[in-house]
Design a protein around this ligand. Structure first.
Ligand code: G3I
Length: 352
């Protein structure tokens, strides 16, 4: 019997976890229920899952997560209304089935833009109306900044951008506000928000949008980090930067790879990961949660991106290795036992 993570932070913020619906049963379900008081779908609320074909909505898997949250009195984060990834192709095809991005005729391009924005509005309207009473925080747009983009504003050159400019961002926030209501909390979510020049590009975009009256309430900092990067200070600076715009902050996808970048995948099983790396990870989790706690007036949710080390998106990076490497970013090991990362999060690492 170990202490519950979310109880430890009950005076500061809810602590959440990303799940697939299958993880809400058995031992994983018990971990989720005991240790977390906020939840988010790892995949099943993305457009490709919710509306794989135009007008055909697939609510079942997402509903399961909503029901679990209700039953267990958990907060619910919605991830995500708009992304360049995991979005079905039909969004970006014109009525004749041609790729909108290939269109050269200005009149037809204008028509395409209208059609795409209409589809976006329809998607958001349907989804938001269904879940508005249960959702506490909406990731409205995800990863719209790309510091390596060919434009000078760091705007990701996704199909959304190529067809609509930044209008998709405005329309997404405005439509979400319209159907979710004034009290809904709307976030712009991204990774490496602590890193220059990305955070400055994000800052400039958000400021411009706020000046235009676009309803953004906060920044979601994904926080996919590793045992060597980034510094705790750079995370602090980024939270302060966005707070200075009057915005809320949420830590939306926290996990900590055991590999410095670029990941080598040299450990082929959990057992091969040196104890000193797992201990270091525990210390880093402790320092980072100390920071979040200290800044709890500026951070309203901290969510971990996964349940245990048996299943993590980080392992996908090693799929092409002959013997794929193993990562271990979570507080629970592949057998669902607590590990130093857990003890760091609940501030009891000193016991060991
Ligand atoms: O659903 C299909 C299944 O039908 C098929 O059999 C299987 C075979 O590979 O693939 C399944 O889709 C996978 C999907 O997860 C659902 O499991 C995709 O291949 C896989 O690429 C996808 O990965 C997800 C990834 O987003 C997609 O880019 C990860 O689970 C998910 O953790 C990750 O989450 C993202 C956040 O949304 C945004 N921030 C970064 C974060 C990590 O990449």
């Amino acid at each position: 019997k170990v202490p519950s993570i979310h109880h430890f932070y009950e005076d500061s913020f809810p602590v959440g976890v990303a799940v697939e619906p299958e993880q809400l049963e058995g031992i994983e379900g018990r971990i989720v229920d005991k240790h977390y008081n906020s939840i988010v779908a790892e995949n099943v609320m993305k457009p490709i899952s919710l509306q794989p074909e135009e007008g055909k909505f697939n609510w079942g898997p997402a509903d399961k997560i909503v029901e679990f949250a209700e039953k267990n009195h958990m907060d619910l984060r919605f991830h995500t209304l708009v992304w360049h990834n995991q979005v079905p192709d039909w969004f970006f095809k014109d009525k004749d089935g041609n790729e909108m991005v290939d269109e050269t005729d200005p009149k037809q391009r204008e028509k395409n833009k209208k059609l795409l924005l209409k589809r976006l509005e329809t998607h958001i309207k349907k989804v938001v109306k269904r879940y508005r009473d249960e959702v506490d925080a909406w990731d409205v747009v995800n990863e719209v900044i790309d510091p390596y983009a060919s434009n000078d504003r760091g705007l990701r050159e996704s199909k959304w951008y190529q067809i609509t400019g930044t209008d998709y961002i405005k329309v997404a926030f405005e439509t979400t506000r319209k159907y979710a209501g004034e009290d809904a909390k709307l976030y712009i979510n991204d990774y490496n928000t602590n890193e220059s020049p990305k955070r400055e590009y994000l800052y400039d975009l958000v400021k411009e949008m706020l000046d235009q009256g676009v309803p953004i309430d906060g920044v979601g900092h994904q926080t996919h980090i590793n045992v060597a990067w980034p510094s705790v200070e750079s995370i602090r600076e980024s939270i302060e930067l966005f707070s200075s715009l009057g915005l809320d902050n949420q830590i939306t996808e926290l996990d900590m790879s055991v590999y410095p970048y670029p990941p080598s995948g040299e450990y082929k099983s959990y057992e091969e990961i040196p104890q000193e790396i797992l201990d270091l990870q525990g210390q880093r989790y402790q320092e980072i949660f100390d920071l979040f706690e200290e800044m709890d007036d500026q951070i309203s949710n901290v969510t971990l991106w996964g349940v245990a080390d048996d299943k993590t998106w980080l392992d996908d990076r090693f799929n092409d290795q002959e013997v794929p490497g193993k990562d271990a970013p979570m507080p629970f090991d592949p057998n669902y036992n607590v590990k130093p990362a857990y003890w760091g999060i609940v501030d009891l690492l000193w016991l060991f």
